[in-house]
Every structure is written in structure tokens, then in C-alpha cells.
Design a protein around this ligand. Structure first.
Ligand SMILES: [Zn+2]
Length: 301
């Protein structure tokens, strides 16, 4: 049976926040089974904010958590790395309000977790197994989840730029594809929108070192890590936002031009309607078949 995991030893890094430009030191510590991911503001007497849907604050260009007025900003890339490396429990200490953006992808976080090492815990991991489909639409934006025995994502973007246009990326996370195909994909922004976004205080920490900078016809800081790096980064963000469910999903997510607000809307709709899913454990195999999924408790309406 698949079991929960945490890291073996504390690891840390320093950086700046993409939105705030605030310098920050981040430390990741092992945590007990069943505790989930907990952010801790060491600059505010160790105030703790759990990485769960009920603490979601503002979602526009990034996903932020807030509890009793204490903010944890831009959580999606680290939470994505935790899902991708199979970390269920960890404490994340920060001495400022925003996580470091580092290179704009989840790769530095994955490397940090690998450096710490992964420790299996005794408690069986409970997955959130989708039993019924849920589809959300908002104008031409769409996000849905369908029953499946693995966690897979299909994401489409349509971005009016010569290098992007309509791109779709599909991945089954059970196959261990996250580390090679998703984690290295960086966030992106366009030079044309830059001034407006800077004026709104949204990208004070942005630089050529932490995001792909789009110009009218191309990019300012080549090379791309993948020809379709843009849509892969959206998958990375989606996985990080869905981590706020507090459990790994067994389901197929389909998204078309969605964004942080729709990602987190899907999370809260799922958590509100217990007829859509059930808790299940998974046998510890590389490619779990449907028969390996064991339902723990049937949910009633
Ligand atoms: Zn992102």
C-alpha cells in the first residue's frame, strides 16, 4: 500500500518573491504523518497557515493563503513540487510573506527535496478518488475532473503570440513524468503588459532570471526549456493549486484556458460536494490498475 512521505532532513534556500520582491529565507522541515503541508511565518512568532482550501486568499496572478490576516503568497510552485515528488507532510518556514520565485519553475524546489531525501512514513496515503464528473465553465474558460484510476492532466492554452497560440499538453503523473516534463517549465510574462503589472504591484520581483519574457514576436531570454514550455507551466500551476485539496487526486483533469481562480474554484466545489469523491488507498505499484484502488468509506450525499 502506498504510504505517506516526508523529507529526511531540513533544507533551505533564499530568494525573492515574484510579486513583492521581498527577500525571503525558506526552510523545509520534516513533519509527522497526517499533518499535511504547513507554512510557518518565523517572522511572526511562528504563526502557522495550513495549505488547505479554506485558507485560500486572493487568486489573480498567483495563489495566496491567508489566515487571521497573515499572508503566504505564491504557494503554487512549491506545492506542485511536493505533489510531484510525493511529499505529503512538511513544515515550510518563511521569514517573509512570499515564497521565493527562484528560476520561475518548480525544479529548484524538486532539487531541494531530493537533497533532503524522502522518508516513507507508516500511515497509508489516502487519495481523493473522483467518482463523478464535475465540469465548470466561465465564458470560454473550462475546467473539469473525470473519474480515473490515476492522476492525469490535459491542459490547453490559447495565447495570442507567434510562439504560443493553441497548445495542449497531456501528462499522467503516475508515470513519474513530473520531474522531467513539468517541473522545469518556467512562468512567463510579456514585455507589453509589464508596466501595467508593475504599476499594480504584481511583479515587483520579476526579472529575466525568473520568468520567460515575451516580446511582440519572440522571447527576450532564450532558450526555452521546451518548445511548449508555456502550457507545461500551466500544468505545473494547476497541480500546485489542486494540492490545496490536501490529498492526491485519482482523476483526470481537463482544463482549457483556466487560471488560478478556476483551479481553486474546482478545489472548493470538490470539497463542498462529498458525493463527487471518496477516500481510497492505492497498492504500491509503478502502474496501478483500477483493481488496485481500494475504497475506504463510501460517501453519502
Ligand atoms: Zn506559475
Amino acid at each position: 500500500m502506498k504510504r505517506e512521505q516526508t523529507i529526511r532532513a531540513a533544507v533551505e534556500c533564499v530568494g525573492v518573491g515574484l510579486h513583492s520582491a521581498a527577500p525571503v529565507r525558506m526552510r523545509i522541515l520534516p513533519a509527522a504523518a497526517g499533518s499535511g503541508i504547513i507554512f510557518r511565518r518565523v517572522d511572526l512568532d511562528g504563526f502557522e497557515v495550513e495549505a488547505t482550501s479554506r485558507n485560500v486568499a486572493r487568486v489573480s496572478y498567483a495563489t495566496s493563503l491567508m489566515k487571521k490576516g497573515v499572508l503566504i503568497s505564491t504557494t503554487e510552485h512549491l506545492l506542485s513540487a511536493f505533489i510531484g515528488t510525493g511529499i505529503d507532510n512538511a513544515i515550510v518556514e518563511l521569514d517573509n510573506l512570499e515564497l521565493p520565485i527562484l528560476d520561475g519553475s518548480a525544479r529548484p524546489f524538486v532539487e531541494l527535496i531530493q537533497k533532503a531525501g524522502i522518508r516513507k512514513q507508516r500511515r497509508p496515503r489516502t487519495h481523493l478518488r473522483i467518482c463523478r464528473e464535475l465540469e465548470l465553465r466561465e465564458g470560454n474558460k473550462f475546467i473539469a475532473v473525470y473519474p480515473s484510476s490515476t492522476y492525469s492532466v490535459s491542459y490547453t492554452i490559447d495565447f495570442p503570440h507567434p510562439l504560443i497560440g493553441r497548445e495542449t499538453f497531456q501528462v499522467d503523473l503516475q508515470d513519474g513524468n513530473y520531474l522531467t516534463d513539468i517541473a522545469p517549465a518556467r512562468t512567463f510574462g510579456s514585455r507589453e503588459d509589464e508596466q501595467a503589472m508593475r504599476n499594480m504591484g504584481l511583479i515587483r520581483g520579476a526579472s529575466r532570471e525568473n520568468c520567460i519574457v515575451l516580446t511582440r514576436k519572440g522571447i527576450e531570454n532564450p532558450p526555452l526549456r521546451f518548445q511548449d514550455e508555456f502550457v507545461r507551466h500551466k500544468v505545473l500551476d494547476l497541480i500546485g493549486d489542486l494540492a490545496l485539496l490536501g490529498k492526491q487526486i485519482l482523476g483526470n483533469i481537463v482544463a482549457d484556458r483556466a487560471g488560478h481562480a478556476m483551479h481553486t474554484a474546482l478545489v472548493s466545489r470538490l470539497l463542498r460536494d462529498r458525493t463527487l469523491w471518496e477516500e481510497a488507498t492505492v497498492e504500491d505499484e509503478v502502474h496501478p490498475a483500477p483493481s488496485n484502488v481500494r475504497v475506504l468509506a463510501a460517501q453519502t450525499a
